[in-house]
Design a protein around this ligand. Structure first.
Ligand code: NAD
Length: 247
């Protein structure tokens, strides 16, 4: 019960790592508000004692509403993000704007809106935590066809360090998580959409020296740790769980 007494807010909790994270956090004793753009994907979380709400992270009004609903907060996990497939030559202004809005502006808005509640808890308890979902792919190590993704995930790491530095004396910590390639519904969608899905899956596996895709369970313990008091002396870090890609 490493998160007992903690109130957490999580975005993109409908599937993949966000869903696995909210279930893990609830099982560690946290009181979790799980949000997603698609409320249907949040079905089944109530049986884990998890509260749910619809939130599209590109909606500034929705962000304001959710932040005022949660009030004092021990942890925020900004998980939402999308992959645009293509080089810079394939990137329309609209695709770029959508990637920026979803992957980084959302984190600016939600972190800013939740900061008063996080700082209030940090003042009471000595610690509060923001965890931002970045990525290893193209923000730390370059890969083809990830122009918008790599640029926006690198911006997540910069934002993380800036927030960590600005609030380091308050007890509020901010860290980023940088997974390798993780077997989630959207990865399965990217594989299925490739011209040769069998080859696409082999290629994703081949770029990870451990020789397999990550599962959500390879990454979620890192998120639980960063939201818990066990990481109380850790801030401004971009923590990798990438199967050895960046050795
Ligand atoms: P996923 O992509 O399968 O699911 C993402 C969830 O995000 C869905 O439930 C979807 O409804 C929700 N979502 C999408 N746009 C949203 C929006 N505007 N507002 C709110 N919710 C929205 O899950 P995943 O693959 O675990 O990805 C989660 C995060 O992890 C993303 O930020 C992604 O970039 C990052 N990531 C994924 C991998 C990977 O290989 N899967 C690797 C590194 C980082």
């Amino acid at each position: 019960m490493r998160l007992t007494g903690k109130r957490l807010l999580v975005t993109a909790a409908g599937q993949g790592m966000g869903r696995a994270a909210v279930i893990a956090c609830a099982s560690e004793g946290a009181q979790v508000l799980a949000t997603d753009r698609d409320p249907g994907l949040l079905d089944g979380l109530a049986e884990h004692g998890i509260e749910t709400a619809q939130l599209d992270v590109t909606d500034p009004d929705g962000i304001r509403d959710i932040a005022s609903r949660v009030g004092a907060l021990d942890g925020l996990f900004n998980c939402a993000g999308i992959v645009h497939h293509g080089t810079i030559l394939d990137l329309s202004d609209a695709d770029w704007a959508h990637s920026v809005d979803t992957n980084i502006t959302s984190m600016v808005r939600l972190s800013r809106a939740c900061l008063p509640g996080l700082l209030a808890r940090a003042a009471d308890t000595g610690t509060a935590s923001i965890v931002n979902m970045a990525s290893m792919a193209s923000s730390i190590k370059g890969f083809p066809n990830r122009a918008a993704y790599g640029a926006t995930k690198a911006a997540v790491i910069g934002l993380t360090k800036a927030i960590a530095a600005d609030f380091v004396t308050t007890g509020l910590r901010c860290n980023a998580v940088c997974p390798g390639t993780v077997d989630t519904p959207s990865l399965r969608g990217r594989i299925a959409a490739a011209p040769d899905p069998v080859k696409a899956e082999k290629d994703f596996i081949a770029r990870q020296p451990m020789g397999r895709l990550a599962t959500v369970d390879d990454v979620i313990p890192l998120i639980v740790y960063l939201l818990s008091d066990e990481s109380r002396f850790v801030t401004g870090q971009a923590m990798l769980a990438d199967g050895g890609v960046t050795i």
